[in-house]
Design a protein around this ligand. Sequence first.
Ligand SMILES: O=P(O)(O)OC[C@H]1O[C@H](OP(=O)(O)OP(=O)(O)O)[C@H](O)[C@@H]1O
Ligand SMILES: Nc1nc2[nH]cnc2c(=O)[nH]1
Length: 174
Amino acid sequence: MDHVLLSEEQIREKIAELAAAVAADYAGREVLLVGVLKGAVLFMSDFARALQLPTQMEFMAVSSYGSSTSSSGVVRILKDLDRDITGKHVLVLEDIIDSGLTLSWLLKNLGGRAPASLEVCALLRKPDAVKVEVPVRYIGFDIPNEFVVGYGLDYAERYRDLPYIATLKPEVYA
Ligand SMILES: O=P(O)(O)OC[C@H]1O[C@H](OP(=O)(O)OP(=O)(O)O)[C@H](O)[C@@H]1O
Ligand SMILES: Nc1nc2[nH]cnc2c(=O)[nH]1
C-alpha cells in the first residue's frame, strides 16, 4: 500500500450525495441497480442502503482480457443478469472507469435489451486513462492515473475488503 487516497468518511459522504441526486432524478420510478462484479459489490451495498427509493438489484460479472492491472477491451460475460430488463430503469453501478472499455462494451450490451432508461453511476473515474468516452451521469471522484485498491477494488484478488481506497506502490504490480 502506498497512501490512502479516499478515506472511509469521504466515500460515505460521496455516496450520500450520489444517492440524493439519483433519488431526486428518479422520483416516482423504480430503479433496477445493476452492479458489476466483483469490484462494485461494496459500492452497491452502501449505495443501495443510502438510496431512498424502491430499488431492485441485479449483478453481472464480466471479465476483460488483459493483465491484472489493465484491460484490453475484449469482454466476456462470466455471469449474466438473472432476468429481462425490458422496460426497466437501469442504473449501472461501477466501481471504476479506467480506460472505459469495460463500461463501453457493457452499455452497448445492456442497451440492446430495450431498458426504459440506462444510466451509469461510477464511484471513481481516471480522466487521464480514458480511451473511450462513455456517457456517465453520476461520478463520485475523478482520481489520478494510478492503480488503486480497496473498497471492492483488488490487486490479484487482495485488498477488496479495505474500507478505504488507497494507491498501490508501482513496484508491487509493475
Ligand atoms: O475502464 P476499464 O479499463 O475497462 O476498467 C474498469 C474495470 O476494471 C475493473 O474490473 P476487473 O476486470 O478488474 O474485475 P473485478 O471487478 O472483478 O475486479 C473495474 O471493476 C471495472 O469493471
Ligand atoms: N484494482 C483496480 N482495478 C482496476 N481496474 C481498472 N483500473 C483499476 C484500478 O486502478 N485498480
